[in-house]
Design a protein around this ligand. Structure first.
Ligand code: KIV
Ligand code: ZN
Length: 398
């Protein structure tokens, strides 16, 4: 059922701990890069473009369009996206080497996202380099990209498992070399909120210069959204996110969750046009071939659905009793669902919304049938409700 209750347009802000949150937080969407690294997903360039156009419309600050060195199609996709997108920045990924960066330049992206690992485990077993070589390589990459006029974002891969003093040295060296943004990547999702708060504070305190501080959180322990928000609370200016949290392994921080929490829970400013968030989520689900879980925060079908008698009574009296935000803020309708947990208020609400006077005997009969069907495990969708009501009040009246 999609019956709506008059919106309150109130924003819940009672959790605020800090008064001054009037900062603009950039959102870098990486659905088309890290998101597309989700196992089993390869999007054709024209589908990537459609998603990019939807992301632009949604108001993301940066669209990470892909990793141009990986294939001809990926290069073409980034090039096409760079040509078609005008109001969001288009950024593309490159390892910290000239060949990768040249591909980003040829694709005509506005910005390069260059990265190298900074944790000892990656340096020793993957890169087979020394820490000093890592710094040298990072600086060379940033200088090279800057000399071609690109905006440069530098990520320290596996930053959260890196030695902090070394991480500061790497970040300081790239900022001194001209990097515009530095990014703390929680590559294997091992950070937790208090750790993230401490790490972001440490980097801010110890890396001097003008830079935008970003975080890139993975969801291996289900904490990517909490970590991203805590990073912002500690002073980060940008978060990386993906629609529906798609991405490597357990995925990345979900854009819907991070952006709504930043804006509606904590009062930060973001560029997202929230009314469009649900349709973009549906588009990405379709192209990625995934189902949006019913209970997914913000965009799941049940995110603003109510069945139990106590909750429905509360929501009908004042929606904020059992909803953190008004669903109309994100362009979706509240749903009142009938089932064995329903009470009289829900039935009265449904009858009224269908223009039927909720006389006691009708309410009692409908409720009895609904509970009986619910006990038998029968799903009561809109058609079924109308059928039940017809059987009680007579066909011509519904
Ligand atoms: O998770 C990660 O470390 C990345 C980097 C490329 C930033 O995606
Ligand atoms: Zn990642």
């Amino acid at each position: 059922m999609g019956m709506s209750i008059a919106p309150t347009h109130e924003i819940v802000n009672w959790i605020s701990i800090k008064p001054n949150r009037d900062r603009y937080i950039r959102i870098l969407d990486t659905t088309l890069r890290d998101g597309e690294q989700m196992p089993g997903i390869d999007l054709k360039p024209e589908y990537k473009l459609k998603v990019a156009l939807a992301l632009e419309d949604l108001g993301v600050d940066s669209i990470e369009a892909g990793f141009p060195i990986t294939s001809r199609g990926e290069f073409e996709a980034v090039k096409m996206i760079a040509r078609e997108i005008s109001s969001s920045e288009v950024i593309a990924l490159a390892r910290a080497n000239k060949t990768d960066i040249d591909r980003v330049i040829e694709a005509d992206a506005d910005a390069v996202h260059t990265f190298i690992a900074t944790s000892d485990i990656h340096i020793k077993y993957k890169l087979r380099m020394t820490r000093e070589q890592v710094i040298e390589r990072a600086v060379e990459a940033v200088e090279y990209a800057k000399s071609h006029g690109l905006i440069v974002e530098f990520s320290a891969e596996d930053a959260t498992r890196s030695d902090r003093e070394f991480l500061v040295r790497v970040f300081q060296a790239v900022v001194d070399a001209g990097a515009d943004r530095i990014d703390i990547a929680d590559t294997v999702g091992v950070a937790y909120p208090i750790f993230m708060f401490d790490l972001v504070s440490y980097i801010k305190r110890n890396v001097r210069g003008n830079y935008i501080l970003s975080v890139h959180c993975h969801d291996d322990f289900g904490m990517s959204v909490a970590n991203s928000i805590t990073a912002v609370e500690a002073g980060a200016d940008q978060v990386h996110a993906t629609i529906l949290g798609v991405g490597e392994r357990a995925g990345n921080a979900s854009l819907e969750e991070v952006s709504t929490a930043l804006a509606f829970l904590l009062g930060y400013r973001v560029g997202i046009k929230f009314q469009k968030i649900y349709s973009v989520a549906k588009l990405v689900a379709e192209y990625f071939g995934i189902e949006i879980p019913l209970n997914k925060a913000i965009v799941g079908r049940n995110a603003f659905a109510h069945e139990s008698g106590i909750h429905v009574h509360g929501v009908i009296s004042n929606p904020l009793t059992y909803e953190p935000i008004d669903p109309s803020l994100i362009g979706v309708e509240r749903k009142i669902v009938l089932g064995k947990h329903s009470g009289r208020h829900a039935v009265i609400y449904v009858l009224k919304s269908l223009g039927i006077e909720p006389r006691d005997e009708i309410v009692d009969k409908v409720l009895a049938i609904v509970k009986d069907l619910g006990d038998q495990g029968i799903k009561i969708d809109t058609d079924k409700i109308i059928e039940i009501i017809r059987s009680v009040v007579g066909g011509g009246n519904v």
